[in-house]
Design a protein around this ligand. Structure first.
Ligand SMILES: Cc1cc2nc3c(=O)[nH]c(=O)nc-3n(C[C@H](O)[C@H](O)[C@H](O)COP(=O)(O)OP(=O)(O)OC[C@H]3O[C@@H](n4cnc5c(N)ncnc54)[C@H](O)[C@@H]3O)c2cc1C
Ligand SMILES: NC(=O)C1=CN([C@@H]2O[C@H](COP(=O)(O)OP(=O)(O)OC[C@H]3O[C@@H](n4cnc5c(N)ncnc54)[C@H](OP(=O)(O)O)[C@@H]3O)[C@@H](O)[C@H]2O)C=CC1
Ligand SMILES: Nc1ccccc1C(=O)C[C@H](N)C(=O)O
Length: 489
């Protein structure tokens, strides 16, 4: 660590905290991370972690963020893509009668990618200007005095004279709570009436080369939509699948912790999935795994003066149904770093500090519109996944979008070099892409612009639709009048 350079304290070594640490360290900042959980490399934690699933959908927003903070050799990006992901083409809808319907995410050949594991050797722990303290929970911050208190091994310690605090401490962020004490932050928290429960499908029998196989197609996100509830399955690299059962708490209450009732429900609603899980294993998962709640958190602004900013779930927890929580969090890092660069923020202490406040102020002002948008879209995608996907009109619209998408081509995605200077340069030239494609495959178009472009397009489609219906009615009227005239002759 260099005493000539500025220091950022990051609260939380989760997904977003680690990416922010890599990005800021790359710009010369001294980075100190405090993480309340134990070191995941310790033997006891390795054992625990091996029983927890890590499979998240990673799409081009997160990938672009990683590209834009990567060192010149692009090692982090390549390791992630080649070693840790499984490409995804679309959704596979499982009907009650066992029939399958593959709905491809994009006909342009863009695949989605599942992030299955991250190697510790590529985490910020291995960088020289990053220091990380595990089992260290931040308790309070005095922003004006630049003092932060954390608890480690039962004792409280202080960290003083830092330059910036970055809160990446998740949905229950302490940094956000501390910020609320010194600024007028708007804040809203909303639980949905649904809970989630993790289950699993094991790997299949080994093939001729002795390798395990997948029991379902590995290149789809599998959905069993059942209107008010649903089951999904995502592949893991060991050929197993992690399944998540989403249902209202009321439905869980009806099961009354009875594994027989649970198995009965699955026999009725998801017989094909249950056969792959095995009744005993599914019942065991139901008995032992927690029922998690799902919360949306909206707040703004995200920063205080030139002292602190919150990113990731700390600033915008969303329900998981768009698979964008982590993606949005990584994008926060890209956008913030681009704004710091363009405001002239430097890690060298001899440069003025004033641009930092300018960058944080711009970040809060411009980013909140986008984050409001994705938080709402995430909520909307739950209805799409558990019910709309089976609706014929929905499928017709998907078909129309796919056709127009091949006829009206979008411009190429802006390069990481351009996006390092300007966070979202491209809204106007998006060709004809569905809202889902804009959100998932266009990191150069902000969430809010994607929503706006798609809203305007929907208006045009519905106008054309109404126009066509009106035209058909008029034509039918003319025809009937003609026939009547003929008959009177
Ligand atoms: C069921 C489910 C499925 C999901 N699927 C996807 C998906 O497919 N794709 C996607 O993009 N997103 C997905 N998400 C969302 C994604 O998990 C989150 O958006 C992401 O984990 C947020 O990262 P984060 O770093 O902001 O917060 P976290 O991952 O919560 O990390 C916060 C870290 O801060 C630490 N911490 C907390 N308080 C303190 C403190 N006071 N001091 C020090 N350390 C502290 C915590 O221990 C933790 O390590 C899903 C979420 C759920 C619930
Ligand atoms: N948007 C969503 O609906 C969801 C988002 N997530 C995201 O994934 C992250 C990791 O999830 P997970 O591993 O399940 O971690 P948890 O959400 O279970 O929480 C981790 C820690 O946060 C504190 N905490 C938990 N619940 C509360 C609460 N209601 N109020 C205040 N503090 C609380 C506890 O720390 P202590 O006991 O020390 O106080 C706990 O150990 C979350 O932080 C969140 O960002 C996860 C689930 C749902
Ligand atoms: N990762 C997830 C976790 C939970 C629920 C959904 C997802 C998705 O990614 C859904 C995807 N966006 C879809 O619309 O098909």
């Amino acid at each position: 660590m260099s005493s000539d350079n500025r220091t950022v304290v990051i609260s939380g070594a989760g997904l977003v905290g680690c990416v922010a640490a890599i990005g800021l360290a790359g710009k010369g900042w001294n980075v100190q991370i405090y993480e309340s959980r134990p070191d995941p490399r310790s033997p006891s934690q390795l054992q625990k972690l091996s029983r927890r699933s890590i499979n998240l959908a990673i799409s081009s927003r997160a990938l672009m963020a990683i590209k834009s903070i990567d060192s010149d050799d692009g090692l982090l990006y390549h390791r992630l893509i080649t070693d840790a992901t499984i490409p995804m083409k679309g959704r596979m809808i499982h009907s009650l009668d066992g029939s399958l319907d593959s709905q491809i995410y994009s006909n342009n050949g863009e695949a989605r990618l599942w992030l299955c594991s991250l190697e510790m050797s590529h985490s910020p722990i291995s960088l020289p200007n990053v220091s990380i303290s595990f089992d260290a929970k931040i308790r309070s911050v005095q922003f004006d005095e630049r003092v932060l208190h954390y608890e480690q091994n039962g004792a409280t310690a202080a960290h003083k004279d830092w330059d910036l605090v970055l809160g990446a401490d998740g949905a229950h962020s302490v940094i956000r709570n501390q910020l609320m004490r010194v600024m007028r932050m708007d804040y809203a928290q909303e639980y949905i009436p649904h809970a989630y429960l993790e289950l699993s499908i094991p790997a299949g029998p080994v093939d001729g080369l002795g390798r395990p196989t997948f029991l379902l197609d590995a290149h789809h996100l599998h959905i069993w939509p059942r209107q008010s509830f649903m089951l999904i399955a995502l592949p893991n690299q060991d050929c197993s699948f992690t399944c998540t059962f989403f249902a209202p708490f009321e439905k869980f209450a009806q099961l009354a912790d009875s594994k027989d009732r649970f198995v009965e429900l699955f026999r009725r609603e998801f017989p094909d999935a249950l056969a792959l899980m095995g009744e005993e294993c599914a019942a065991d998962d139901f008995t032992h795994n927690p029922q998690g709640s799902l919360v949306t958190i909206r707040c703004s602004p995200y920063h205080y003066s030139d002292r602190a900013v919150i990113l990731g779930d700390a600033a915008h927890s969303m329900v998981p149904f768009y698979g964008q929580g982590m993606n949005a969090g990584f994008e926060d890092v890209r956008v913030l770093l681009a704004m710091m660069d363009s405001a002239g923020v430097r890690s060298d202490k001899s440069t003025p500090v004033q641009p930092l406040g300018v960058a944080l102020e711009r970040y809060s002002r411009e980013r909140s519109r986008d984050l409001r948008s994705i938080v709402d879209l995430a909520m909307g995608n739950y209805v799409e996944m558990r019910s709309k996907v089976t609706n014929p009109l929905y499928k017709l619209r998907k078909g129309l979008d796919a056709l127009l998408n091949t006829l009206i081509r979008p411009a190429a995605v802006a390069s990481p070099e351009i996006l390092r200077r300007e966070p979202f340069p491209t809204a106007a030239s998006s060709g004809w892409m569905s809202l889902y494609q804009l959100v998932t495959f266009r990191p150069d178009i902000s969430y809010a612009d994607a929503e706006e472009v798609s809203r305007r397009r929907d208006e045009r489609v519905s106008l054309v639709g109404k126009g066509s219906i009106a035209g058909l009615v008029v034509a039918a009227g003319v025809l009937v009048a003609k026939v009547c005239r003929e008959m009177r002759k």
